[in-house]
Ligand binder design. Sequence first.
Ligand SMILES: NC(=O)c1ccc[n+]([C@@H]2O[C@H](COP(=O)([O-])OP(=O)(O)OC[C@H]3O[C@@H](n4cnc5c(N)ncnc54)[C@H](OP(=O)(O)O)[C@@H]3O)[C@@H](O)[C@H]2O)c1
Length: 310
Amino acid sequence: MRAVVIDRFGGPEVVRVAELPDPRPGPGQVLVRVGAAGVNPVDAATRGGLFPGQPSFPMVLGWDAAGAVAEVGPGVEEFAPGQPVVAHANQFETGVGLAAELAVVDADGIAARAGTTTAVEGATLPTTAMTALQALDALEIEGGRSLLVVGAAGQVGGFAVQLAAYRGVEVVAVAAPADADEVLRLGAAQVVDRGPTGAAEARALVRGGVDAALVAGGDAEAGAAALAAVRDGGRLASVVPGSAPPAARGVTVLEVRVQRDGRQLRELAGLMGEGILTARVAATLPFDRAAEAYDRVVAGGLRGKLVLVP
Ligand SMILES: NC(=O)c1ccc[n+]([C@@H]2O[C@H](COP(=O)([O-])OP(=O)(O)OC[C@H]3O[C@@H](n4cnc5c(N)ncnc54)[C@H](OP(=O)(O)O)[C@@H]3O)[C@@H](O)[C@H]2O)c1
């Protein structure tokens, strides 16, 4: 099978498509015939050497995929060959990457691909939507409350806006003016410019400040600005490494790292199948343009996810 691999850490030059032996599923595992693999910022970071533990080369990249079940391992009863699925693997924990024609995934990293969700659409979902959902849960945000989302036009931010709006939360989106229509379409009630006056604008929109803020884009400065928009005693969660501000005014500050969770993945895949979550695809690229895809993710300015297809 063909797979997107690196043979060592480094720049775009270390990425190549390799022919590897077909993997087989072990007990509790599912072999997925991959139709599409989503690209995340973590893939570019991994390529560059951000990898906890001992790396094993050639290393297949990729945390997200969608396709169909090719084979189930012993003890797996909830999936059957041919079934359309989405798949998530936390490569930092498993060492396994999913940008391959065939990928072995633990059964709790698989969910049925519901409704009319295509493989390309499904591949946009797992890591980013689970991160968004886990951040909202950490913020304990419920209907009737207000939430600021920084980076609202991004992948994590966009799913956070959609999930929060679905819960009945009043979302104030921080985004570039060119993205205002997009974040309103996703369910934001208000949009403020991501420039230096955004936090003050948000605080003026919601008397006393928003109940909670999610930092899903930007840097430490954006994190500090988000904190300024939160009411005394509210909550702030950041998913962007290095952007969480020091706590102040009784605001609880949390750093969220995505955890695999099969129940949440099934819930999110179901919501996409029902049309409650929208997949946003910037471009679909063949495996042999993977190096370019990682560079484009680092460069920013994408609107939607890059998806690799075999
Ligand atoms: N903690 C975790 O487990 C976890 C999981 C997934 C992702 N992440 C991290 O979460 C971040 C977002 O990931 P993603 O996949 O959603 O990336 P993304 O799609 O690129 O989204 C980031 C968004 O933030 C915007 N942005 C950049 N600078 C900003 C600023 N100063 N103020 C407001 N918005 C700003 C970007 O706009 P432009 O494109 O115009 O720059 C983009 O719309 C990344 O740092 C990623 O590594 C963490």
